[in-house]
Design a protein around this ligand. Structure first.
Ligand SMILES: [Ca+2]
Ligand SMILES: [Ca+2]
Ligand SMILES: [Ca+2]
Ligand SMILES: [Ca+2]
Length: 491
């Protein structure tokens, strides 16, 4: 959805500037659906399980692609790949965390979307470095395992070391030539690559930004926030202040230029009361007010001194910085509480942006994995906040959870429904469908973190339970308990 919004913004921007003929011809050769791996015109869903064991290696990781269709997705039309699958580069290793992040786009401009998968814990042979990216090529049969592997430029430098390369990844057209590129975060660096030259791994990075010891980059997002006809990168993370590691928040926008990545800092929204800085725990982008500029949506859960379990005891909130020609958030920002939000909800622990209702305004789904439902703590919920001409609104917000009529499953303690969310049009009807992960869902006897995913379809009225489906590890042939199946739905 992110790239489609970018394309819409690009169309508006170029129409306004009379530049429609200046677009690179390669753009028309690329697929029009950024996550359509088998080229049938319907987007596909990737759910990743970085904690999946593979052939006895713990936390090696797997990714599952479920192919979209007019009937939506089904595990019966899926492929699950690990680093031990035929063709996939590398070998499954303990704690590689293959699938900790993923992003897609047509990197080789053959009309089929390609999947980039991060394995930030993978040891790089003959190097002190950790972390790889794997590019899996799409084709008529979808993802088959055919791919290439990438490592940090520092992995080949005896004087440098790298940690967590590939912990976040995005695919976007950063230089405005119509072909998307890869950008990725490590523990201390942001790397942005040039267009791939065919199906070979890049030998050098085009642009990078190095963080000093005072900033800990955490999230990476991309979209065209300024109507420039190219995407910018947004990185958020903790920043040391007052003697506290990560006590303040850092948000920076990077624009690709001939001289490197140009950086601009943005103010942190703080928490709802405006007294403390609230960590940015999730990010997504899309045009929620339909003005042609992508908007940045961030989820914030204030840290809590009384947190004892998986989630904070804070309510959480969602913040919007509206895009404009003058820069992201230059003219307008907004903070939204989920209606009825309560302490411990953790609303904004996850966010996704997409047009659920098909009215041309992107909507937001925010996960609230800590929410208490009908007296059961930690059940979790997801909230639909609607886009409109005046921006994102709490009006007619819709809450769904496992106790909602028509949603499969049972609301249980610490299911954490909403631990991750994604919005992609998986049935091709023009309305984005939500995928909701519950990483604490227990499926097998005696386990507590088997994990599962739900898909609820978009409709003109909002999310509908008609055609709702859910699936877990066993449905795609995985058998290990407590692996948090499908807990990663994107970046
Ligand atoms: Ca497809
Ligand atoms: Ca491709
Ligand atoms: Ca906008
Ligand atoms: Ca749909």
């Amino acid at each position: 959805m992110r790239t489609r919004t970018l394309a819409a913004a690009l169309a508006v921007a170029t129409a306004a500037a009379g530049l429609s003929l200046a677009l690179a011809p390669t753009a028309s050769a690329a697929t029009s659906v950024p996550d359509d791996f088998n080229g049938d015109g319907v987007a596909d869903l990737v759910v990743a399980t970085p904690h999946a064991p593979v052939d006895g290696r713990v936390n090696a990781g797997s990714v599952s692609v479920l192919y979209g269709s007019p009937d939506g997705v089904s595990p019966g039309r899926s492929t699950t790949l690990t680093q031990n699958s035929p063709g996939v580069p590398g070998d499954a290793g303990s704690h590689s965390l293959f699938g900790a992040t993923h992003a897609s786009g047509d990197l080789d401009a053959d009309g089929y979307a390609d999947l980039v998968v991060g394995a930030p814990g993978e040891a790089v042979r003959y190097s002190g470095g950790y972390g790889t990216l794997t590019v899996l090529w799409g084709g008529p049969s979808g993802l088959t395992g055919d791919g290439i592997s990438m490592v940090s430029p520092y992995a080949a430098n005896e004087w440098m070391s790298e940690e967590d390369y590939g912990k976040k990844v995005v695919v976007a057209d950063l230089d405005g030539d119509g072909v998307p590129q890869i950008a990725t975060l490590s523990r201390t660096n942001l790397w942005a690559y040039d267009d791939l030259a065919g199906r070979t791994a890049p030998t050098d990075v085009a642009r990078f930004y190095n963080y000093n010891a005072y900033i800990q980059p955490r999230t990476l997002t991309t979209a065209d926030f300024t109507g420039a006809g190219r995407a910018q990168l947004v990185v958020t993370g903790g920043e040391n202040c007052g003697g506290t590691t990560g006590g303040c928040q850092h948000t920076a926008v990077y624009t690709w230029s001939d001289s490197g990545l140009q950086e601009a800092w943005l103010p942190d929204p703080g928490d709802v009361s405006g007294t403390n800085e609230a960590p940015t725990v999730s990010t997504a982008a899309g045009d929620v007010d339909g003005d042609g500029y992508a908007d940045l949506v961030t989820g914030h859960v204030p840290a809590s001194a009384t947190t004892t379990g998986e989630y904070s005891d804070a309510a959480g909130f969602v913040h919007v910085r509206y895009g404009s020609a003058d820069g992201l958030g230059a003219h307008r920002t907004a903070t939204l509480d989920a209606p009825g939000g309560r302490a411990g909800d953790n609303v904004g622990a996850s966010v996704a942006v997409g047009d659920v209702t098909g009215d041309g305004y992107a909507d937001v789904v925010a996960g609230a994995p800590g929410a208490t439902v009908r007296g059961v703590p930690g059940t979790g919920a997801a909230v639909l906040l609607r886009g409109s001409a005046t921006g994102l609104t709490e009006t007619d917000a819709q809450v769904v959870h496992q106790a909602t009529d028509g949603v499969p499953g049972t609301a249980e303690t610490d299911d954490w429904f909403g631990s991750a969310v994604d919005l992609t049009d998986l049935d091709g009807d023009g309305m984005a469908d939500v995928t909701i992960a519950a990483k604490g869902e227990d499926v097998l006897a005696g386990s507590v973190r088997d994990g599962a995913d739900w898909v609820l379809r978009g409709s003109a009225a909002g999310l509908t339970t008609a055609g709702a489906t859910s699936f877990s590890a066993q449905d795609v042939g995985l058998t290990a308990p407590d692996a948090e199946f499908g807990s990663v739905l994107g970046g």
